[in-house]
Design a protein around this ligand. Sequence first.
Ligand code: HEM
Length: 490
Amino acid sequence: MKLSFLPHSRQSVPPEPGAAPRVRRLRDLPGPPQWPVVGNALQVQLSKVHQNVEAWVKRYGPMIHVRLGGFPLLVVSDHEVIASLLRDRPEGFRRPSRMQEIMAEMGIQDGVFVAEGEHWAKQRRMVMASFAPGQVRAYLPALLKVAGRLRDRFELAAQQGQAIDLQADLMRFTVDAISGLAFGMDVNTIESDDDVIQRHLDQIFPTIWRRSHAIVRYWKWFKLPRDRRLDRSVKAVNVAIRGFMAQARVRLQDPARRAAPHNLLEAMIVAADEPGSGMSDDDVVGNVFTMLLAGEDTTATSLSWMIYLMSRNPHTLQRARQEVDSCLGDLNNWTADDLGRLDYLEACIHESMRIKPVGPFNVVQALKDTVVGDVQIRAGTSVVMVMRHDTLSDDTFPQAQRFMPERWLDEATQLAPHHAKRVSMPFGAGPRICPGRYLALLEIKLVAAMLLQHFDIVSVDTPDGRDADEHMALTMVPVGLKMRIRRITA
Ligand code: HEM
């Protein structure tokens, strides 16, 4: 039998020459004791499920067996095994089919996040065209405008001595940034406090999380008022996107615009119109929807965690500010090259994503009977990949619990292994790695640099004065961070 994912380091006991390699069955693996019928379902708390699973692998080992009701799960934490699973897509593994069913039930067209097989491959080509590096650079002026507005909002809070609701304000930034990029619309939630599309998206995001973990799928038979509200929201966003699309098609009649699209929607339409792309208008709509869902919380949450961790380690704020002051002039004139020179700030991003990844676990489903590590699983079995285990091991990252951005700068310090980026995978890995990662890094750098250039961070407080609580709801969000800042006077 072929051991498809057995990394060399795990083959500690080589089989006798000629003997078949030893393979374990899923049910023979260690794991938390299972109760009749429900298995381990009642031992997890939805908002803390990542910590529950992390605690299990710490206790029972890198490959464990868990059962949620009738569904057996393989849980893995070894980064090499995880990387091989992520690479074996779309042929060997897929995202959980439940996610795709839920989105379809909600009336959301397949986008690249949930599509599979050949359909996914075509969508991915179209989406990647809109994230080409030159294209992302073209979005910078729009991002600078939004960052300038956030600076003005922060300035007001500083003048009035008000605490800033960190996650909420950063969400305003990412909502405005993504809406601008997705369809060239100047949404401006930073100044106006409201946006119609955003109000609808706020309904959709938590529902995906709730429904993907529901034990009884009641909404298939009857709808509660909140389900009817959701239906109205999905419909409204679909109608809005189709409206933007019609406008974009008119603009794209201009050959110059077609040669240099101004936003994701235009870039996707151009890519979809290429002969042989196999993409329809429905695919474009599904992917604009996907960008709105995938690009907001993830980026805002990563920024919140980074600002929180840096505020707990003031010397990192100081060093990052020196770098920003030496590399950047007036915000309106920042270029992608200027931002590319902020190596220390970039190290802060990698370090905070190592400690606080917004996706602390990822799930794939086997498309055929196969072997993971040395464990045989059947087609359809889900594999939960714990992304924050090896990344917090002192064996891999010395003093792993400490926030030390310098570990990403200089291999000579040996604070990180030479292949650190293959251990810490906050954007996933393999063919389905996050296509928005460069855009996200650009946004994070932009906001952090704006903050450091103009303000001193006085404090970032949690509601109870202890370490920030991690709340899992599709992304792992810090609970209730309040930031106080002071304007730097020249
Ligand atoms: C710091 C911010 C972000 C983080 C941490 C993040 C993380 C992730 C992760 C972990 C995945 C799964 C990768 C895998 O399965 O291997 C993913 C997929 C994806 N992300 Fe992001 N993401 C971020 C920002 C964005 C942005 C800004 C966009 C777009 C505007 C975006 C669009 C997507 C899409 C479309 C996929 C699905 C790709 C596919 O299945 O082929 N993400 N992201």
